[in-house]
Design a protein around this ligand. Structure first.
Ligand SMILES: Cc1cc2nc3c(=O)[nH]c(=O)nc-3n(C[C@H](O)[C@H](O)[C@H](O)COP(=O)(O)OP(=O)(O)OC[C@H]3O[C@@H](n4cnc5c(N)ncnc54)[C@H](O)[C@@H]3O)c2cc1C
Ligand code: FES
Length: 280
């Protein structure tokens, strides 16, 4: 019998790490109360889960860990309102519910054999981290071509996963370009918006797929740049963050035209989105 999709797995917070200088993004490492739940909770990069706190509510978050990191389940959460403020106030050991995994992941099969261009802006880099970790896993890396990452934030202190970014920059099987709007003393990498760096690097669209996550303004101009570079709409993959409630295609909170972002997405190709009303 399949599991009730409204039933969260009981879990607890194992660790909470501050990710940025403004201290409003934390990465939470969660552990299931029942170790058997970890085997049931099978996910792929690009999927999300509804996290719940007793007496507070529930909210959707992209899964920031990769299934190849079998010892951890990560969520990076920006403090913006009621739920996220409560979550940020919790200490390790606090109980939390995890409902999911939900939604359509990045198209893993389609990505196989392709050169991957991963483009992220701000704190929407969470599921892209999951994707990169999965591609870099020794069992997986040979299934993909080149891996080019462009990640931008307002300032160096707002880039998440600083240690991992530095490690990736030392490797020869991934090329990572970091850019900021406002450089600080000692910053020697790109300065400028993500689309400008993309156009400077000019990655070839040949046998390539671009995966893009970021704030709406970044998405808008990055998509224009990808068109300029010759990436067709079906080679551009995006992840949307509409408001959601049920997360399983029942309540109608997240629909765009005839599609439910929670169930048919949140991952869509640009071609799929072109046929929908521009509500995202
Ligand atoms: C599929 C999906 C994946 C997500 N992944 C992440 C993630 O990895 N990390 C993360 O920090 N957040 C993520 N979000 C956004 C997250 O769900 C919201 O920030 C959260 O629900 C806010 O709850 P709150 O009670 O703290 O804020 P509220 O008190 O409900 O709102 C506070 C402010 O945040 C705005 N807001 C609330 N929800 C959203 C939303 N979905 N999109 C834009 N603005 C919103 C409100 O308009 C308001 O201004 C994701 C959302 C979706 C749908
Ligand atoms: S959140 Fe209920 S239908 Fe998508």
């Amino acid at each position: 019998m399949s599991r009730n999709p409204y039933l969260p797995y009981p879990a607890r917070i194992e660790e909470a790490v501050v990710e940025n200088e403004s201290r409003d993004i934390k990465t939470f490492r969660l552990a299931f109360e029942d170790p058997g739940s970890a085997a049931e909770f099978r996910y792929l990069p690009g999927q999300f889960a509804e996290l719940s706190l007793p007496g507070v509510g529930e909210a959707p978050f992209g899964i920031a860990s990769s299934p190849t990191e079998s010892d951890r389940l990560l969520f990076s959460v920006k403090r913006v309102g009621v739920f996220t403020a409560e979550l940020h106030s919790l200490e390790p050991g606090a109980p939390i519910g995890v409902r999911g995994p939900l939604g359509r992941p990045f198209p893993w099969e389609r990505m196989s054999g392709k050169n991957l261009l991963v483009i992220g802006g701000g704190f929407a880099f969470t599921t892209l981290r999951a994707l990169i970790k999965q591609v870099l896993h020794p069992d997986q890396r040979a299934h993909f071509g080149s891996l080019l990452v462009i990640y931008g934030a307002r300032t160096p202190g707002e880039l998440m996963y600083g240690n991992e970014l530095a490690e990736w920059q030392k490797r020869s099987d991934i090329e990572v370009h970091l850019t900021v709007d406002n450089a600080a003393n000692g910053w020697s990498q790109h300065v400028g918006v993500v689309p400008a760096v993309l156009e400077e690097l000019k990655p070839s669209p040949k046998n390539a797929l671009a995966v893009v996550c970021g704030p709406p303004i970044m998405l808008k101009f990055t998509l224009l740049s990808l068109t300029k570079l010759g990436f067709p709409d079906d080679a551009v993959i995006l992840s949307l963050e509409m408001r959601m409630k049920c997360g399983v295609g029942k309540c109608g909170r997240c629909n765009i035209g005839g599609k439910y972002v929670c169930k048919d997405g949140p991952v869509f190709t640009r071609q799929e989105l072109a046929s929908l009303p521009a509500e995202y």
